[in-house]
Design a protein. Structure first.
Length: 342
């Protein structure tokens, strides 16, 4: 009895499982008949729990292929307004005329590279013929330039400063005489403010040069000690103490030299030791820039003849004038007549 009851219970469970499986396969759209046939014809293998089965093809629920999306219409190219201009970058520059300087600059390297990579007689000769063209054009320009310069005193530098040795020596002598006189005139208007320290070795060697300026040209030296002590060489023993003047003038190194014209004009010369030649040269330039020495007179102290300078002001020559060589030359000559000296 117990065996029959257990058998009946197992059968009932089997029927329930079969019913559930049939419902699932029906929901999937699987052909049950085919499943039953495949099971009962090969039932000794069981339910294939350990085998990977192919995914079932769902009948009735397969999705239809989606229709392809229509291609997007191309965006219309932006139309340029009637007044729009074509960008200069889109315009191919015209090829220079053969054998002009622009053409030679552009093509010489190409001919050279071709002669190096393929050194045939024709390639090498072509490069050297073009080089000869450049040299002949340069020689022609040099001869024309020499003639133009020598025929125009405004362009000839020998008018301002001679090149010949004997003339250059004379110019240097005259410049020295004019510089000495100019320095004496400056000494009558201005003195030299001298900041030093007792332990500064450069101050010790600068002091004799300042003493020479005092004796030769008559400059008044105003020594100021930054540490309150005198120099060990005994020069400029009568000094003043620094009471903030150095900081006010921005003194950072010694010796510091300033050209001082009473009551309140002070011009910096150096913050470091200078030779006599360099010091007098800076004094002349400072006097010229400060208006104590005329520009024409300053030029004579440099061994340069005083001549008008080509210094056209902005806007004094129009663009149309600058396009024509003859009118440009005339405009520059007129500007030199009314120009100022440096």
């Amino acid at each position: 009895m117990m065996e029959n009851a257990a058998m009946n219970r197992n059968c009932a469970l089997l029927l329930i499982m079969m019913t559930l499986l049939l419902q699932v396969f029906a929901a999937w759209g699987v052909d049950v008949d085919e499943l039953e046939v495949s099971y009962f014809t090969d039932k000794q293998r069981g339910w294939f729990w350990y085998e990977v089965q192919p995914e079932p093809v769902l009948k009735g629920k397969s999705e239809l292929p989606k229709p392809p999306k229509p291609p997007k219409p191309p965006k219309p190219a932006p139309s340029l307004p009637a007044t729009a201009e074509i960008s200069p970058k889109l315009i191919t520059p015209a090829e220079p005329e053969p054998f002009t300087s622009a053409w030679l600059r552009k093509n010489m390297e190409t001919y050279l590279n071709k002669a190096i990579d393929e050194p045939s007689h024709e390639n090498v000769a072509a490069f050297y013929y073009l080089q000869r063209v450049m040299m002949d054009k340069a020689e022609r320009f040099t001869n024309a330039a020499r003639y133009v310069v020598m025929s125009d005193p405004q362009l000839d530098e020998t008018v301002r400063r001679p090149v010949a040795t004997y003339a250059a020596n004379e110019a240097n002598h005259q410049a020295s005489v004019m510089a000495d006189q100019a320095l004496k005139d400056i000494a009558g208007q201005a003195g030299i403010l001298f900041f030093f320290r007792s332990d500064c070795p450069y101050c010790h060697v600068q002091a004799p040069i300042l003493s020479m300026l005092e004796k030769v040209y008559g400059f008044k030296i105003y020594p100021v000690s930054l540490d309150g002590l005198a120099m060990p060489n005994g020069l400029f023993g009568s000094f003043k103490l620094d009471h903030g003047q150095a900081a006010l003038l921005g003194v950072e190194q010694t010796p510091a030299l300033f050209l001082m014209k009473p009551p309140r004009q002070i011009v910096p010369l150096s913050q470091g030791a200078l030779s006599l030649e360099e010091l007098t040269s800076r004094m002349l330039l400072a006097a010229k820039e400060s208006g104590w020495l005329e520009a024409s007179r300053y030029q004579t102290t440099q061994g340069i003849r005083s001549t008008p300078m080509l210094l056209p002001t902005a806007g004094s020559i129009s663009s149309s004038t600058a396009q024509d060589p003859l009118t440009l030359i005339q405009a520059l000559q007129n500007s030199a007549k009314v120009g100022r000296l440096p």
